[in-house]
Design a protein around this ligand. Sequence first.
Ligand code: PDD
Length: 295
Amino acid sequence: MGMARIAYVNGQYVPHRNAAVHVEDRGYQFGDGVYEVFAVMGGKLIGEQGHLDRLAHSLSELRIKWPLSRAALMVAVKEIVRRNHVRNGLVYLQVTRGVAPRDHPFPVHSKSALVITARKSAPMDKDALRTGVDVITIPDIRWQRCDIKSVALLPNVLGKQQARDANAFEAWQVDDEGYVTEGTSTNAWIVTTDGNLVTRNASTSILNGVTRLSVLEAATEAGIDIMERPFTPEEALAAREAFITSSTSHVKAVTRIDGQSIGNGHVGELTNRVLDAYVEYMETHGGPRTTDTWN
Ligand code: PDD
């Protein structure tokens, strides 16, 4: 017998298929809300503190009130994991400015709305992650506060669809200065011709991934040198290796960019080392230890 999925909606645990918010929720009307996606691996919530700290950053930058205390919020997250019997999968958490008659300024009286859902997925498969994916490059048409994990994701949606239309897995967005910012839902990494591991420095131009932070720490611990700086698509095309990171993709090898093979066209040696270091780091620490660097 199939197990009914359960969602959390504003204090209530409801069947997922009936889970709904009001038509005048500002998340629905204005994209006036923020979100987090947590990975669950082997029954453990990954990067809990990192996601909470980043949520705090997003909420405070947009002056959206916490719907619950951090502690109460985490109780609800864990309850959703438990009720949905998720050992491997994802938790989606969204906070909006709440329900109010449609008018652009912040409503004087509104209660932040909180929705939490969970979804099972296959356990992390290192072999699958080691099958390289294709990436395309596209102009970054987003706003100037990409450090805020806003639910307003139209440029990301359009970019990901462009990738799909090109039979690619992800699109790397390129800023007006000609540097890669990040993927539409992942951070971007390369291994240069000199063998340096490079990812863009955290700023308001990218979302500082919790996976990115974990990989930075894991790689450092494994004795791998990292340079946090912007890189161009040209440098990426000439790179030995490339990969992407996120809570959903973990560390995923990239073997083609804009139809051109990267390195020898196979998953790189350093990428494999980083993946191993990341998995070991998650098993030991469960997430990044430095989590106060959100812009
Ligand atoms: N996306 N950059 C962007 C634009 C993202 O949306 C995400 C996450 C990341 C990686 O962050 P993290 O390592 O914390 O998952 C980088 C989530 C998974 C999503 O939108 O589904």
